[in-house]
Ligand binder design. Structure first.
Ligand code: ATP
Ligand code: MG
Length: 257
């Protein structure tokens, strides 16, 4: 059964999708079998992995149970398999129905769990049924936060949502840590950011990953080319940092399993 990891933060633009894509690419490069699941109606993860998100089957049809999940899985050139989304998924509140609505995604992914080593789930910038479905389906949760806009706002809701899922549909969900992104030693007065990050981690009851993802222009350029930052600019600071982060991530998972 695959190890599944969900990336979450209801704040927009903090690096959820960039990190999801980097993990998918990095693990694929290590020879792992990876399924990337885009739960965001913005469709950015599928797009950044080089998929055409307007044509073909998407998570909308899968969650609506119109088609079997295997029919919607597409294979990217270099980054494993992908379940894409597009704007149709903004109707999630309507299509995920019934008492067990939070568990529909988990059931769907279970059908293909044996085909993969890792399932990476990217979520939208909100705490809605899609986010909660992602938490319900995951073994591990990672919270990317942009160092430049680090704040305590919204942390209580995030923590409560995680705990609500742990206390109901997914007691095994483990928060692996907070990943600082868009980190710049120059502009983020290092000490302030460290202190703030520690406070944030304490509030959520978790820790900060040692690896921090530095800012780099290539991160913004790579998605439009449909290739990972790890290939687009392998020597850039963010690429080096993401490789370090992935090793740390695997180490943490190994120690927690
Ligand atoms: N390390 C980085 N250096 C420079 N730019 C970055 C970095 N990480 C992310 N960005 C940029 O910040 C923006 C937001 O990143 P991303 O899309 O990964 O965030 P997100 O949390 O998924 O956003 P959303 O909440 O809208 O889904 C993008 O334009 C991305 O290119
Ligand atoms: Mg995103």
């Amino acid at each position: 059964m695959a190890v599944s990891i969900v990336l979450t933060n209801q704040k927009g633009g903090v690096g959820k999708t960039t990190t999801s894509g980097a993990i998918a690419a990095g693990l694929s490069k290590k020879g792992k079998k990876v399924l990337s699941v885009d739960l965001d109606p913005q469709g950015n993860l599928g797009f950044s992995l080089g998929m055409n998100i307007e044509d073909g089957h998407t998570m909308y049809e899968v969650l609506k149970k119109e088609i079997p999940v295997r029919e919607a899985i597409r294979t990217s050139d270099e980054y494993g398999d992908v379940l894409t989304s597009n704007i149709l998924l903004s109707e999630a509140e309507m299509i995920l129905k019934g008492e067990n609505r939070q568990l529909i995604l988990k059931q769907v992914l279970k059908e293909v769990g044996d085909d993969y080593d890792y399932i990476i789930i990217d979520t939208p910038p909100s705490l809605n049924i899609l986010t909660v479905s992602g938490y319900a389906a995951a073994d591990y949760l990672i919270i990317p936060m942009a160092a430049e806009i680090l704040s305590l706002v919204g942390l209580v809701q995030l923590k409560e949502t995680i705990e609500a899922v742990q206390n109901s549909v997914n007691p095994g969900l483990q928060v692996l840590g907070i990943l600082l992104t868009r980190y710049s030693q120059r502009t983020n007065l290092a000490r302030d950011v460290q202190d703030m990050a520690k406070t944030v981690a304490f509030q959520i009851g978790t820790e900060i990953f040692d690896a921090k993802i530095r800012t780099g222009v290539s991160v913004a350029e790579a998605p439009a080319h449909g290739i990972s930052i790890l290939d687009y600019s392998p020597r850039s600071n963010p690429s080096k940092d993401y490789r370090e982060f992935i090793d740390e991530l695997l180490h943490k998972i190994k120690n927690q399993a």
